[in-house]
Design a protein. Structure first.
Length: 324
């Protein structure tokens, strides 16, 4: 049998990936997706609706249709179910996340050559409005992760939740909405106490917010569900081991731990989202996406037995563990 000739598609598609990203960012910035929310439009109509040249909206429309982010039928562009839900006003709006990627993340990646040569992060400028853009994008991305977790994990049957060291209250809020007998205790960095307290106002009678340094926090109580979301990549190996020990000390026997983060796997086909975020975290601020094997070792050493791994769409993975 004649072997199939090698082709350059994957190399070229990866090398020009930044072009697709910039076209998505531009479409987001000019309001192309909201413009299509009411129904399909041809290039001239879309140009009129967005106030941009017809040649631009045609390029953007064709490029996004080629990537499955729009449909194109008889020369008219329409939202797909995904863009209708996440960019067209149908559900969680990811527009702030795309704005963060365009204005903060992408320019910062221009320093990645130095990071690749030295292993050191770039210089991050968050002065002026850039901090608001950064925080807005990160919080929207976290809200996406929280929704994907709620779709893939059953929060029913639990009574006492500990949310330890996270960045967003949305994960616990999704759990509280899904389970009307659940109580939640947030142990967050002291700087987060006021915004978290404000975020959980609707559940004030079922929530407690405590300020404590994450590596040193030792929450009292016996929780049957523990969340450690977007914590691991922000701390050192020794700090993570301590965090997981403290989480176990606060957990009842048989309690479940949800450890959400990006991890470098050893699967036959690695998931690119985790490896891409390893580069993002390193170039942005020097934080680390750890190998999953290492994290599982820390869990075992802290008294947790991994029982499952959830791969959330467009989001991190979750290591599910049981207190032993």
């Amino acid at each position: 049998m004649t072997p199939t000739p090698a082709t350059p598609e994957k190399i070229v598609e990866t090398a020009v990936g930044y072009m697709a990203a910039q076209q998505l960012f531009a479409a987001n910035r000019i309001g192309l997706f909201p413009a299509l929310a009411a129904g399909p439009l041809g290039p001239a109509e879309l140009a009129e609706r967005t106030g941009k040249p017809e040649k631009i909206v045609r390029i953007l429309g064709d490029a996004l249709a080629a990537r499955g982010l729009l449909s194109r039928v008889d020369g008219r562009y329409a939202l797909t179910s995904e863009t209708a839900e996440y960019l067209g006003g149908g559900g969680l709006d990811l527009a702030p996340f795309l704005t963060f990627l365009e204005t903060i993340s992408y320019p910062h990646w221009l320093q990645f050559a130095r990071t690749a040569d030295t292993g050191e992060p770039g210089e991050l400028d968050l002065d002026g409005d850039r901090w608001t853009t950064f925080l807005g994008g990160v919080m929207v991305y976290n809200a996406l992760h929280a929704r994907m977790l709620a779709r893939n994990f059953d929060f029913g049957g639990y009574k006492n939740l500990l949310d330890l060291g996270g960045l967003s209250a949305e994960f616990a809020l999704q759990a509280l909405r899904a389970n009307d007998v659940l109580r939640a205790t947030f142990v967050y960095d002291p700087r987060s106490v006021d915004p978290v307290t404000a975020a959980v106002t609707e559940f004030a009678d079922r929530t407690t917010v405590v300020g404590a340094s994450t590596p040193g926090a030792e929450p009292p109580g016996e929780f049957d569900l523990v969340m450690v979301n977007h914590v691991v990549h922000r701390f050192s190996v020794d700090e993570n081991r301590a965090i997981l020990r403290h989480a176990r000390a606060a957990a009842a026997p048989g309690a479940r731990l949800l450890l959400l983060d990006f991890f470098l796997d050893e699967d036959a086909s690695p998931r690119d989202l985790d490896a891409l975020h390893a580069g993002e975290y390193l170039v942005i601020d020097g934080t680390v996406v750890y190998p999953e094997r290492d994290v599982r070792g820390w869990l075992a050493g802290a008294g947790w037995r991994p029982v499952d791994r959830l791969t959330l769409p467009g989001s991190p993975r979750v290591l599910v563990a049981e207190a032993v």
